[in-house]
Design a protein around this ligand. Structure first.
Ligand SMILES: Nc1ncnc2c1ncn2[C@@H]1O[C@H](COP(=O)(O)OP(=O)(O)O)[C@@H](O)[C@H]1O
Ligand SMILES: [Mg+2]
Length: 1080
């Protein structure tokens, strides 16, 4: 409840006790309206639940909702039916006491729904064993059967219960529902024969016609159309869209099988229902004597067949009456009116008693044969106070019943209040309330009460009428303060009371009753003649309902009023022994509309349900009371002494707390176990303070909790980090150790391998060798020579020397091949020439090395420089090469400028336009040069050749080139002679000259004193200053320079000394040629 206080501004108060203006009906109504508009249909008055019918599904009856309320303290959750049910159940279980829940309210206010929901709550939430499931199912399924026979559509409610119902649910010591018992009150039998416009007979008739099988209907002599039956069609609404009779028939049929109905039972039951319908269709006619007759006996036959009676007897019983004289029976005919009455009386009696039989039958199926003691929770679904425009005998009974129940409620509430005060040691403060015992007495007192007067009037010999009954009332209870008639009322009240009416001032308000029909209804007379017929019926149910003993008993059966009074007093006896809970149902509007709140209608109900009275009683003393523990638990945060924990007794804690908050003495009282707070405002103020402090507390608790969570998370993270670190370090260390171990092993293996590297391949050195091999090969990748001149080569380890050699050769070969492939034909020719030159001169003639650099030209003379005449002369031969030369006369050694032209066939010495000398290659005897660096060449011709004057002594700048071209054109490589010192040449046939070669400070050619041609060349020095001419001479004498190692020759020639020259004589040295010689 307290928790709800926080939201009270929004949706009123959850408990009317907390209304400040608790005496104001408007405040009450406002609160109800406020809550209803928010679909909050339940509100407490203390422990009484006020329920407003929502006329819509609110989703508040789910299993999860049931779970929510299960075992929870009554005030902890918002008001609900389930809280009432659960509270009763828990009290019953813990204290082993019996309880009842009284549900009252107008028709259509939701009583039956409430009782069903409570039953469902128990069915779902109570513990259950398999064997006891049947009992639970029967309890649940008894409802549809009872509703089919006892409920009907009325203007106010499509499923209006037309009887009062008290249902006991029996629980064993474990709290399992094991059985039940139902008591019905005052079934509205008149409905069987008459319905108002817009209303229907009991559901079962329509269900039977709508859902019954063809075979069954044929057997019962019924048609499917309800319009054909008078008893079903008077209200003109046999078919109603909100009611599904077919489905309901199925539900009821299956329920019959669960609650132990045999085939015979059902057959008999349906026979009775059918016979009632046939009864309604009997048509009477009046004969000329004014007596009723039944011209068409069709219906009679059916009834007789269905009920197992003799048709003529039945016919007679419906149209005649047996009057018992002292010794004999006289049968006299009935008037039409009386026959109709007799027929209707029979229908009502048959249906009424069958209903009672049905209830008994259900009870026998619900009975629990186990004799151990059981606790019970009773559900009383009974009509509330009824005030219509016209109130009859039924309303009188109903309102009397409500007076009795109100009396019970007030007594119990007051008693409970008093008991509580006593228990708590609080002084009892008398409560002003209206004790309605006086009204109850007015109705029920023997001899003096209204019921007694009515009974008297019923049995009185002579003409007793409703009016005579009213007069009797005026006479006997006319002075009663709560009774009034038109006659007794003053001139003011007179207008509002009819001549046939009397008014009772009930606790809930005044109600005017019309006495019309009181006697008849109270008598509920069934003619003896008909009774006899029914007693002889072969229908088993009727046999049970109409016992022959009844006929023998000559005493009048108790009247309806007395029967009701008696059953009410036995009901009260039942209730008094039990702990009560109350549910008051309110109907928000007459139109069954959701969300419509009809103020006037509700105000009326608040009044007649006695809610204001109840609230007044409940609030007379203290508005609020709560156990110290609970109070302290909730509000302890408001006082520093009690927050966060109070270690002393709770009572002291509460005392300290309220002292701190500042309660004044008249605001509260401290009992033994509870604190009592007189005014709601005190509680509200406390609640507001709590609400305020709650925020601070929440913030603090949140902060602390968050800090705690954070700390916990931090510590967890830290631990995790440390562990991770440790693991990681461990893992790293292990890895390192493994690596080290591996390294040691590897190093050891390496060393061992190194030591044994030269041993034959064995496991000890295998890996090392593989490694060395691999490393060498891999390294070699980056060190292979890039071109043919690159002499570098990676030094191989000992074991790979052979391999290295092979590789080097392969590499060289490969480079050479590559190089060779890249050489053009022209270049090749040039190189061939150089090769020839090398063969001819390498190591033989000084200046060779220097000449190597100079590439050979195709010709040293352009064609334009040759005299055209000459060209013409040798036009048949193509000039292959030309070079300017100095020709020395063979005799005087005079130097003359000439051109040496070489063709395919011959060499020509040309002076301008003249061919001075033609030497055909075939006649060529040789070519001589000196070993020095002069440019002298001598072309030897054959002395026998008469055409020749003699050898040609020539000097040219490019002696190596010229000689090579000549030799190659002449295709005679062996004709070159490199001479040393001097050479002989042929001047003219038979005459020889000599050319002397020497070195000097400068180059000189002259004719010496001996008439010889002396040629002085420059002495050439090698890098170490040695005489190159000499070296060449040495080399020449040793015959170094073979054709096969052509390329090495120039290097050898350039080698500084002999040793070097020899050293480079191998293949690698060959590349030096390209270094020193021409750059290719
Ligand atoms: N708690 C509820 N929630 C939704 N509808 C309800 C509720 N109570 C009653 N009703 C509606 O009101 C109708 C009448 O209720 P009922 O219990 O038969 O009234 P009473 O027994 O008081 O005459 C029901 O048929 C149902 O439609
Ligand atoms: Mg009902």
């Amino acid at each position: 409840m307290e928790s709800a206080l926080t939201a009270r501004d929004k949706v009123g108060v959850q408990d009317f006790v907390l209304l400040d203006a608790y005496t104001s009906e408007s405040a009450f109504l406002d609160n109800l309206r406020k809550r209803f508009s928010e679909n909050l249909i339940y509100t407490y008055i203390g422990t009484l639940l006020v329920s407003v019918n929502p006329y819509q599904e609110l989703g508040i009856y789910t299993v999860s909702q049931m779970g929510l309320y299960q075992g929870v303290n009554f005030f902890e959750l918002p008001p609900h039916l389930y809280a009432i049910a659960d509270n009763a159940y828990r009290m019953m279980c813990s204290q082993l006491t019996n309880h009842f829940i009284l549900i009252s309210g107008e028709s259509g206010a939701g009583k039956t729904e409430a009782s069903k929901k409570i039953l469902q709550y128990f069915a779902v939430t109570c513990p259950m064993t398999e064997s006891l499931q049947i009992a639970r199912d029967r309890l649940l399924l008894s409802n549809p059967v009872l509703e089919a026979f006892g409920n009907a559509k009325t203007l106010r409610n499509d499923n209006s219960s037309r009887f009062g119902k008290y249902m006991d649910i029996q629980f064993d010591y474990k709290g399992i529902p094991v059985g039940g018992h139902i008591i019905s009150y005052l079934i509205e039998k008149s409905r069987v024969v008459y319905q108002n416009q817009g209303e229907r007979n009991f559901h079962i008739f329509y269900q039977l016609l709508e859902g019954g099988e063809e075979k069954l209907l044929a057997y019962l002599g019924l048609e499917r159309d309800p319009q054909l039956y008078k008893y079903l069609s008077q209200g003109h609404c046999a078919k109603e869209s909100s009611i599904n009779d077919k489905n309901d028939w199925k539900t009821v049929s299956s329920a019959f099988s669960v609650i132990d109905f045999t085939e015979d039972d059902l057959k008999n039951l349906f026979e009775i229902l059918a016979s009632v319908l046939h009864l309604g269709n009997i048509c009477f006619e009046e004969n000329h004597q004014g007596c009723a007759t039944i011209p068409d006996t069709h219906e009679i036959k059916w009834i007789a067949k269905l009920l197992g009676v003799h048709p003529p007897t039945l016919l007679e019983a419906l149209t005649h009456r047996k009057i018992e004289a002292k010794t004999e029976e006289v049968i006299c005919p009935l008037t039409l009116e009386l026959s109709v009455y007799a027929r209707d009386a029979m229908a009502k009696a048959v249906y009424g008693r069958t209903f009672t039989w049905l209830v008994n039958k259900i009870n026998s199926s619900l009975v629990n044969k186990d004799l151990t003691k059981k606790t019970v929770i009773g559900l009383l679904d009974i009509y509330g106070f009824e005030v219509f425009d016209k109130n009859g005998f039924e309303q009188f009974c109903i309102n009397y019943c409500n007076e009795k129940l109100q009396q019970l409620l007030i007594e119990r509430t007051l008693k409970a209040e008093q008991a509580e005060y006593e228990m708590e040691g609080i002084e009892w403060e008398p409560i002003q309330y209206f004790n309605n015992k006086i009204i109850c007495d007015l109705v029920e007192e023997t001899h003096k009460g209204i019921i007694s007067i009515l009974d008297e009037e019923c049995i009185r010999p002579g003409p007793a009428t409703d009016l005579s009954f009213l007069e009797k009332l005026e006479e006997k209870v006319g002075k009663h303060a709560h009774f009034q008639t038109r006659k007794l009322a003053g001139p003011k009240g007179r207008k509002r009371i009819g001549w046939m009416e009397f008014r009772l001032f009930h606790y809930a308000g005044e109600v005017t009753y019309c006495t019309k029909g009181f006697l008849e209804k109270n008598n509920d007379l069934l003619y003896r003649h008909l009774k006899e017929v029914l007693c002889r019926s072969k229908n088993c149910i009727l046999k049970e309902c109409f016992l022959a003993a009844e006929l023998e008993n000559r005493r009048r059966p108790p009247t309806v009023g007395t029967q009701f009074k008696n059953s009410l007093s036995s009901l009260l006896e039942i209730l008094i022994s039990k702990e009560p809970s109350y549910i008051r149902c309110i109907k928000p509007n007459e139109r069954k509309e959701p969300s419509k709140f009809d103020d006037l209608l509700i105000r009326h109900q608040i009044k007649y349900l006695g809610l204001m009275e109840h609230l007044r009683v409940r609030r007379a003393g203290f508005a609020y009371r709560r156990k110290y523990e609970h109070f302290l638990q909730r509000y302890k945060s408001l006082c520093p002494d009690t927050w966060p924990h109070w270690h002393g007794p709770p009572a002291e804690g509460v005392a300290r707390l309220i002292q701190y908050i500042g309660y004044t003495p008249e605001e509260y009282k401290l009992g033994r176990t509870k604190i009592f707070i007189r005014f709601p405002r005190t509680l509200f103020a406390t609640e507001d303070a709590f609400e305020f402090s709650k925020h601070q507390l929440v913030a603090r608790i949140q902060a602390t909790y968050r800090a705690c969570l954070e700390r916990r998370a931090y510590v967890r993270k830290r631990h995790a980090a440390i562990r991770l670190e440790a693991h990681w370090r461990g893992a790293l260390a292990r890895k390192l150790a493994k690596r080290r171990k591996w390294a040691v092993r590897t190093v050891r293996k390496f060393i061992k391998g190194f030591i044994d590297r030269n041993k034959p391949l064995c496991p000890d050195n295998e890996e090392f060798i593989v490694l060395v091999r691999k490393n060498y090969i891999l390294n070699l990748r980056y060190h292979v020579p890039k071109n043919v001149l690159d002499k570098s080569w990676l030094r191989p380890p000992g074991i790979l020397e052979n391999v290295s050699d092979l590789l080097r050769k392969m590499c060289t070969r490969n480079l050479v091949r590559k190089y060779c492939r890249g050489i053009t034909a022209e270049r090749k020719a040039l190189m061939q020439q150089k090769a020839v030159t090398s063969e001819l001169f390498r190591g033989k003639k000084a200046g060779y090395a220097e000449a190597l650099n100079q590439p050979f030209a195709n010709s040293r003379i352009d064609e334009g420089e040759i005299n055209p005449k000459v060209l013409q002369l040798i036009s048949h031969e193509k000039i292959q090469y030309g070079i300017p030369v100095i020709k020395y006369d063979r005799k005087g050694f005079r130097a003359r400028q000439r051109q040496l032209l070489l063709t395919q066939k011959a060499a020509y010495v040309v002076e301008l336009a003249k061919i001075k000398q033609k030497i055909v290659y075939s006649t060529l005897k040789g070519v001589s040069t000196s070993s020095l660096s002069d440019g002298i060449l001598v072309i030897h011709v054959s002395p026998e050749d008469s055409k020749q004057k003699g050898d040609a002594v020539l000097q040219c700048e490019h002696v190596f080139e010229a000689v090579t071209k000549l030799v190659m054109l002449a295709k005679r490589g062996n004709i070159v002679n490199v001479v040393q010192g001097s050479l002989q040449f042929y001047i003219s046939p038979g005459k020889e000259g000599t050319i002397v070669f020497d070195t000097g400070p400068e180059e000189q050619i002259y004719k010496d004193k001996n008439g010889q041609l002396t040629v002085l060349g420059l002495a050439r020095r090698g890098p170490r200053g040695e005489d190159m001419a000499l070296s060449a001479a040495v080399a020449l004498s040793q015959g170094v320079g073979r054709h096969g190692i052509l390329l090495t020759a120039p290097v050898a020639a350039c080698a500084p000394d002999e040793e070097s020259a020899q050293k480079v004589g191998g293949c690698p040295g060959g590349y030096a040629f390209w270094e020193r010689g021409e750059r290719l």
